[in-house]
Design a protein around this ligand. Structure first.
Ligand SMILES: Nc1ncnc2c1ncn2[C@@H]1O[C@H](COP(=O)(O)OP(=O)(O)OP(=O)(O)O)[C@@H](O)[C@H]1O
Ligand SMILES: [Mg+2]
Length: 242
């Protein structure tokens, strides 16, 4: 089942085309990784899903209905979003950062607290971190807090844009494992953007390769790796080191 559907979606910033005529679906409860070089349109595609960008052409369906840009804030509560640098509020404690959306939506306090404890344990953040502030955390710890914050309302969709790009290899590998474990426990549609092919191969059920705003290939990981559809994809896959 596709939880996100693009039909003839194109986006132009000023004169230049960032995405051209995308018609595709994104599967529910799977990890879809969008991979491509800098400027290929990855972030644009992701931000079209959560309505941060309204495409210049085409329709976007999320949860079986065309995105209603007048009610976009409500829809976004069901779409977790995590970016590199995390966007944590510096003046809020870890607890308050994670609980934020629970409080804004007036979710019962004990529901928020129970979920917060569960999420922190899933990403191996000890309870003592709750009272700390973002500046007192390492980059990896901050990224984990960002994941917990995005997951507090248990959204059916989780978008990650280069969220692990700034981390050292060991920390990145740990967070990869935590994300895969979370996906096993509570499967959702994860759409992850990266320019790192190895990260894509490690995490993906499905892979989409973008270049110059055009989808070069999109399918199961096995299909993309075993049957590259054109020369661009073949060359792109040669960067693989593992
Ligand atoms: N706000 C903007 N105004 C004008 N052009 C933009 C804007 N945002 C992106 N672009 C252009 O659109 C194209 C696609 O950008 P996008 O950010 O989607 O690429 P990306 O694949 O995420 O790249 P990166 O890997 O560097 O993050 C690029 O050519 C970029 O310069
Ligand atoms: Mg980007």
């Amino acid at each position: 089942m596709n939880i996100i559907k693009f039909e003839n979606v194109s986006h132009r910033y000023d004169a230049s085309a960032a995405l051209t005529e995308l018609s595709l679906g994104i599967e529910d409860k799977k990890i879809t990784v969008i991979v491509g070089r800098s400027g290929s349109g990855k972030s644009t595609l992701l931000q079209i899903i959560n309505g941060l960008i309204h495409p210049t052409e085409g329709t976007v369906e999320v949860f079986d209905a065309p995105l209603n840009y007048d009610a976009i804030n409500k829809i976004r509560l069901k779409i977790g979003y995590s970016v590199q640098g995390t966007g944590l509020f510096p003046h809020l404690s870890v607890y308050d950062n994670i609980a934020l959306l629970g409080n804004i939506t007036k979710q019962l306090k004990h529901v928020t607290e129970t979920r917060l404890d569960m999420l922190m344990s899933l990403v191996n953040l000890e309870p003592r971190f709750k009272t700390k502030f973002p500046y007192q955390l390492s980059g990896g710890e901050q990224q984990r807090v960002g994941i917990c914050r995005a997951m507090i309302l248990n959204p059916p969709i989780f978008l990650l844009d280069e969220a692990f790009g700034a981390l050292d290899n060991t920390t990145r590998n740990e967070i990869h494992a935590e994300l895969l474990n979370m996906q096993k426990i509570e499967p959702r549609a994860i759409v992850l953007v990266t320019h790192d092919l190895d990260e894509a191969i490690k995490l993906a059920d499905n892979i989409m390769i973008l270049e110059k705003g055009i989808v070069q290939q999109y399918g199961s990981k096995e299909d993309v790796l075993n049957n590259p559809s054109n020369e661009f994809v073949k060359n792109f896959l040669k960067q693989r080191i593992s």
